[in-house]
Design a protein around this ligand. Sequence first.
Ligand code: AMP
Length: 291
Amino acid sequence: MKVVRGAAELREAVAELREAGHAIGLVPTMGAFHEGHLALMRAAHQAGDAVVVSLFVNPTQFGPDEDLERYPRDEERDAELALGAEVSVLFIPTVEEIYPTGFDTHVDPGRLATILEGAARPGHFRGVATVCTKLFALVLPDRAYFGRKDAQQVAVIRQIVRDLGLGVEIVPCPTVRDEDGLALSSRNVYLSASDRGAALALPRALEAGLHVHRGGGMPDEIVAATRQVLDAESRLSVDYIAIADLDGPTLAAAVRVGGTRLIDNVLLNEGEGGPVGAGPPIGPSAGVGTR
Ligand code: AMP
């Protein structure tokens, strides 16, 4: 595995892989690797791609009151884990490398980036879109792998690739969860033991919503069942619960516990890698949300 920090070095390493006949699979990350990240790397490797992982805590996708400064970082551990996941190139740029002095061009995604996470975190998807587009331009990957844990991100990136003709195949991968059901997230390290206990209401609530869907429930009933479980946990505050067509019809929620904001979602209809829903299909027009 090569660890590279500069764009020129990156291009050279990727060119060598191409010359050796490999297709390139890119896995964009912000580091603090867990099994969710490693699953993306393994998926890329299993697809036969030479795997390029970017590790960049992207300042432009954090709001002014968010956790940019305290975001968990451990480059050495991440490099070891990437090596174990058969990554070929680990790209760890500086902020200056990605946003050199005078940088003044952004990718501004449309409607999809204004709902749910986009409404809660203004500018977030603009930052994500800009960094991913830049990474796509630097690496020119055949495929890029993203986790369904961030289903709206998958949808936004797909839209950008389609709209701008970027020619990258976007591969969504299933959410990896701890045994207790909590979706893995680099931010889970912020949770105290009791926060974590409360946070478990999030996957439980989504499961309750999915159950209502499977029983033939309507979108408002699905959202109500989800809310009921979340409201029963006094330590959680609900940011949103919604059904939206993200990467397929999706029940998504965001909550706060202690000082930590957590998101999670489940795919409602049968779909690749997602939970299997046997209820009536919910069409792309569904858009029920509550705050
Ligand atoms: P992050 O480092 O949090 O920006 O995440 C990098 C990539 O890993 C994104 O595509 C995420 O959606 C994905 N990811 C994060 N957590 C999980 C998880 N629990 N399961 C699957 N993918 C994940």
